[in-house]
Design a protein around this ligand. Structure first.
Ligand SMILES: NC(=O)C1=CN([C@@H]2O[C@H](COP(=O)(O)OP(=O)(O)OC[C@H]3O[C@@H](n4cnc5c(N)ncnc54)[C@H](O)[C@@H]3O)[C@@H](O)[C@H]2O)C=CC1
Ligand SMILES: O=C(O)[C@@H]1CCC=N1
Length: 267
């Protein structure tokens, strides 16, 4: 299977690198397009031998699986551009936040197989979290293709399209919240006297470890939190401070803001 990316920015680079690292695709099977050779520089630097072109239609002609990874506000223009060269073999995967399946299908020839996927940048390191919904004409073999690709670079779940904006809020945008959390944890460590590089390493590993425990032990996070909180100890004092400062509320609000923004992008 060859895979063509239309748009060669951060998400395309994360997916393409993840596909290569997980061996679900080799570099000679990956193609990418963007408007100019300068805009293809980033992907060329990350993935040396990737096939690049400035012609979006060429991507559609040469590949069956097309991942459209352009900004939501130009998606419809790009779909109109490629519509005349779409073939029955093509599967069109959109990763754009907000843009709903009918709006993806509308500019394309009737019957085009479409899947809407919401990935995240940790696909780059095989630790992505993606959810997808099938378009009107997508078939079970298309679900298998998407599952194969996205599972190779992390977790992959099928959801009804009505839930995709909520997925954007939790896992699409989520890495950014967690990067802020890692940075802030490290800042705390530096304030308490740790060298920056050590504070950062400890903070990042702590998030990784906590996530791994939730996934692997399957216990409720509250139970795992309780195990860290010794009576009268250090952690419960810290948790009290987080509660007073609205930590939970801030995260819940962040998810809802991202979800609402995704809905707005689709209007
Ligand atoms: N960055 C992220 O964490 C995530 C992004 N997404 C979605 O991925 C899509 C791309 O986002 P990013 O990669 O972050 O943006 P980006 O700005 O890094 O990449 C956009 C790419 O599209 C190219 N482009 C611009 N006009 C084009 C055209 N007419 N034809 C072909 N290519 C064109 C640009 O040169 C660039 O390579 C968005 O729709 C976004 O909602 C989804 C999940 C996570
Ligand atoms: O910020 C954004 O709009 C994109 C979609 C999800 C993550 N990044």
């Amino acid at each position: 299977m060859t895979i063509g990316f239309i748009g060669a920015g951060k998400m395309a680079q994360a997916l393409a690198s993840g596909f290569i690292a997980s061996r679900v695709a080799s570099v000679d099977k990956l193609f990418a397009s963007a408007p100019s050779m300068e805009s293809l520089q980033g992907i060329k630097e990350k993935i040396n031998n990737i096939n690049v072109t400035t012609d979006n239609k060429d991507i559609v002609r040469k590949n069956d699986v097309i991942i459209v990874a352009v900004k939501p506000n130009i998606l419809s223009q790009v779909l109109k551009e490629i519509a005349p060269v779409i073939r029955s073999e093509n599967l069109i995967i959109s990763v754009a936040a907000g843009i709903r399946i009918p709006a993806i299908e509308d500019p394309l020839p009737n019957g085009t197989r479409v899947v809407r996927v919401m990935p995240n940048t940790p696909c780059l390191v095989g630790a992505g979290a993606s959810a997808y919904s099938l378009g009107t004409y997508a078939q079970s073999r298309d679900a298998e293709t998407v599952n194969k690709l996205m599972s190779a670079v992390g977790l992959c779940e099928k959801v009804p399209e009505s839930l995709i904006d909520a997925v954007v809020g939790v896992s699409g945008s989520g890495p950014a919240y967690m990067f802020v959390a890692i940075e802030a944890l490290a800042d705390g460590g530096v304030k308490a006297g740790l060298p920056r590089h050590l504070a950062l390493k400890l903070a990042a590993q702590t998030l990784l470890g906590a996530g791994k425990m939730v996934m692997e032990i399957g216990a409720h996070p509250a139970e795992l939190k309780d195990e860290v909180c010794s009576p009268g100890g250090t952690t419960i004092a810290a948790v009290h401070t987080l509660e007073k400062n609205g930590f939970r509320g801030a995260l819940i609000d962040a998810v809802l803001e991202s979800c609402n923004r995704s809905r707005e992008l689709g209007n």
